[in-house]
Design a protein around this ligand. Structure first.
Ligand SMILES: Cc1ncc(COP(=O)(O)O)c(C=O)c1O
Length: 469
């Protein structure tokens, strides 16, 4: 049992009268034990303070620092979302220019809005299967050469689908210009412990700020994450100040003990657990090599890839990724992470047994045998490759504009969008507030609609779009 958890349990048994928050007062006689009321406390004597850690919580952060070999590591209980907001604001001033991979999570866009940043976007390459690939260091170099006043480079690696960028090369270039690199590694807290890809994780590659969701790929409760820093380009005081803005002032001790439990598992049993996990993955990838119709992305990408993500491609079959998702759910009781037009994604971790992998494998073999080898129907293909739309005003200006003009998207050519438009997955904005809607975008949205992919907008009034008057 982790130190914090042990201390929480001991404290409960010491029978202190809680004349403080939380309001449940640990009264399990009244409330029962369905939820962990017994160990849910606030910052009381002896339990440290996440916003000014110097005791038991500092020890957890030091444990993370030791494991991930950072200069400082910070515990987050508001997910990577809060770390991304804090990490970006720690570096930039209001109105600064930043280089941003367009496939970043919405928290990055929220940081752009809050700080009224001027984003210089780089687009990831897109595979023939429509799945985003990496960002190349040459793309970053080009933007750095063109924009001498950039203050930060912001990237996502690995992507939701497991694609890793060569962060080392990107960092080398950015550091030549004295510019820090922030990597949203929300999906990569486990990379450090995987042989073959451990050297490609962001801290090892020299990134200055790295944010990881422990809860996504390691055994930790939902909402738990870490923010790490290293090098001299980012100040600890700035990170601390910003974290205290974006992190709740009432951090859950249950979540914080979950972070410590997770780190202890890695420290004590990590080697054997990851060895077994990698063996299971090898077994799975080997056995799926010979599938006739379904294809696994990890059997095609050999390097810079997180094999823990099982991307099952349906683009050479007569079913969509969404249909595969539903078949696995309804017929085999296997619930995947998500699906798209031509793939579905299974997430795995050290907590998956060999039986879990075998169950997914058997289901896929069974489905594969029943499929026809046939390309997706023409109307279901997404063919248009979008260029970046023209920016007219900043995201913040567009959002603060009071216009409430809504028009069907087909009638919005040449107008400035007041909202984000995206399809999920991958959740990358097709357009951001302040950008101009063009003919190509309208065609692309129509394509998505025809293929039965749900198009989302901030106002949730699609097919109507809020445009600026
Ligand atoms: C790439 C990426 N970054 C950041 C986040 C936010 O992470 P969290 O849910 O831990 O706040 C997500 C969540 O899905 C994500 O996919």
């Amino acid at each position: 049992m982790s130190n914090l958890l042990e201390k929480l349990e001991k404290y409960y048994n010491e029978d202190y009268l809680p004349m403080h928050m939380p309001g449940h007062k640990r009264n399990i006689e009244m409330l029962g034990e369905k939820l962990p009321y017994k160990i849910d406390i606030t910052e009381i004597t002896g339990f440290d303070d996440l916003h000014h850690a110097e005791g038991i919580i500092k020890n957890i952060e030091d444990k993370a620092k030791k494991i991930y070999k950072s200069k400082r590591s910070y515990v987050l209980v508001n997910g990577s979302t809060c770390g991304i907001l804090a990490g970006i604001r720690a570096v930039v001033n209001f109105g600064d220019k930043v280089i941003v991979a367009r496939n970043c999570h919405k928290s990055v866009y929220n940081a752009i809005e809050l700080n009224n940043l001027n984003p210089i976007y780089v687009l990831p390459k897109i595979g023939e299967d429509g799945i985003d690939r990496n960002i190349d260091s040459k793309q970053i170099e080009e933007k750095l050469k063109e924009n001498k006043d950039v203050k930060l480079v912001i990237l996502t690696s690995p992507t939701y689908e497991g694609v890793i960028s060569d962060i080392k090369s990107i960092v080398n270039i950015a550091h030549k210009y004295n510019i820090p690199v922030l990597v949203d590694e929300a999906h990569g807290a486990h990379l450090k412990f995987m042989s073959g890809i451990s050297d490609k994780e962001a801290l090892n590659s020299g990134a200055d700020i790295v944010i990881q969701s422990l809860h996504k790929t390691l055994p930790s409760l939902t909402g738990t994450a870490l923010l790490h820093i290293q090098g001299d380009l980012v100040k600890e005081e700035s990170i601390e100040r910003e974290r205290s803005i974006f992190e709740t002032s009432s951090p859950s001790y249950i979540l914080m003990s979950s972070v410590e439990e997770c780190l202890d598992i890695i420290l004590n049993d990590g080697k054997s657990l990851f060895k077994e996990y990698e063996n299971n993955l090898k077994y799975f990838y080997n056995e799926t090599k010979n599938l006739e119709n379904l294809k696994i992305l990890g059997n095609e990408i050999k390097e810079y890839y997180d094999f823990g993500k099982i991307v099952i491609k349906t683009d050479k079959t007569n079913i969509t990724g969404k249909e595969l998702f539903n078949i696995l759910r309804d017929k085999y009781k296997i619930e995947l992470e998500m699906s798209s037009i031509n793939y579905a994604l299974a997430m795995t971790s050290i907590c998956d047994s060999k039986e879990n992998f075998k169950r997914l494998l058997d289901a896929l073999i069974d489905i594969d045998n029943k499929l026809d080898k046939q390309e997706l129907k023409e109307q279901e293909k997404i063919n248009i490759k979008l260029q970046l739309p023209k920016k007219e005003i900043s995201i913040l200006e567009a959002i603060k504009n009071e216009s409430l003009e809504f028009k069907n998207y087909k009638e919005t050519e040449g107008r400035i969008s007041k909202e984000y438009i995206w399809v999920y997955p991958p959740g990358i904005p097709l357009i951001t507030p302040g950008e101009v809607i063009n003919k190509e975008l309208i065609k692309k949205i129509a394509e998505y609609e025809k293929a039965g992919i749900e198009v989302r907008t901030t106002s949730d009034k699609f097919p109507k779009i809020n445009i600026i008057k």
